[in-house]
Design a protein around this ligand. Structure first.
Ligand SMILES: [Zn+2]
Length: 86
């Protein structure tokens, strides 16, 4: 069975037990591109790296603070379906 998403990445705060949501990698990339380059570099450093070409198949878990910094809080979340995402 093919999985919809190949990769899952997360921000560095996930281990701290904070609330967060998963977002499509494309939204993450687009949000980075909206930021000033210095801010984008700092933000990108908080998430495990992936190739941008893979973004459509990546889901990125972000805590609320990171999602707010990226202005992603209003973006649609990835809907997890049982068995689709490990
Ligand atoms: Zn975070």
């Amino acid at each position: 069975m093919k999985r919809q998403f190949l990769f899952e990445r997360e921000c560095i705060h996930r281990d701290h037990g904070v609330d967060g949501d998963s977002y499509n990698g494309m939204f993450f990339i687009q949000a980075l591109q909206r930021m000033h380059s210095e801010d984008a570099v700092q933000m990108a450093a908080k998430v495990s790296p992936f190739f941008w070409v893979d973004a459509p198949r990546v889901i990125v878990w972000l805590c609320k603070q990171c999602a707010t910094e990226l202005a992603l809080v209003d973006s649609p979340r990835v809907v997890r379906q049982a068995g689709r995402v490990a």
